[in-house]
Design a protein around this ligand. Structure first.
Ligand SMILES: [Fe+2]
Length: 245
């Protein structure tokens, strides 16, 4: 078991200003996040210790890898909620999804089937890390036409945006919300990602923070004073709406 206090940082309730985490992989056994219920419980307890009170977890729906469907996710979320109650872990737990923008997603949108939302009509989406999908703007527009508001997961992690920052401004102007990963702020994913995250914050383009928590290494790395400092500053600036979810 890893040591929560390795960095000698008092982490108690460090992220309580955010109250709600809306990006994580806490449902056991359905994606590359938590593998089993005990791990889910330990991860959720660890996040609770950091100050989170509410979770809208977001399993991957990525048809080549994780063929998750709405009903499966909701049913498994019920099981997690039940186990939390059994163990007296007092947090609110809900599920949405992190939709990978592939052909399956396009078909899903066209079919009119209801999507899992973070709140109201907000849908968390991700896309290829390798190259910008040529039809990205059109696909986001199709989603908007159906009445949804796209929430772009970790825009700072798409390296092809780093030298073309105007593309992210365009997504924002198109009406997308941007969600930055907390771990990007401490350099967990490398310096260019960290710089991009700070650029997005500086330009007031960020509406949400997410842990994107998959495993204990992520949890441990969240125990970081720099993350806390930036979160506090950004929440005070009034741009970040996690606490209203
Ligand atoms: Fe994720």
């Amino acid at each position: 078991m890893f040591n929560l206090f390795k960095k000698n940082v008092d982490v108690s309730a460090m992220l309580s200003l955010l109250k709600t985490d809306m990006h994580s992989h806490l449902i056991p056994g359905i994606d590359d996040g938590s593998p089993d219920m005990d791990t889910s419980m330990a991860l959720i307890s660890g996040l609770q210790q950091l100050g989170y009170k509410k979770f809208i977890t977001s399993p991957h729906i990525m048809w080549d890898m994780y063929k998750n469907e709405r009903d499966t996710i909701l049913r498994k979320a019920d099981e997690v909620r039940e186990e939390l109650r059994r163990r007296n872990i007092n947090v609110e737990f809900h599920a949405a999804a992190e939709y990978f923008m592939d052909d399956y997603f396009s078909k899903l949108i066209k079919s009119g089937a209801p999507l899992l939302t973070i709140k109201d009509n907000w849908v968390l989406v991700e896309f290829s890390f390798i190259s910008q999908p040529f039809d990205l703007k059109q696909n986001l527009f199709d989603l908007q036409i159906k009445g949804y508001k796209p929430v772009i997961a970790h825009p700072e992690r798409y390296s092809y945006f780093h030298s073309k920052k105007e593309r992210v401004h365009e997504l924002y102007e198109q009406g997308c919300l941007l969600q930055v990963n907390l771990l990007s702020l401490s350099g967990y994913y490398g310096k260019p990602v960290q710089e991009m995250a700070k650029y997005l914050l500086k330009n007031n383009l960020v509406t949400l923070f997410g842990t994107d928590l998959h495993h204990f290494r992520h949890l441990e790395s969240l125990h970081d004073k720099e993350i806390f400092r930036i979160v506090k500053e950004e929440v005070e600036s009034g741009n970040i709406v996690n606490a209203e979810l």
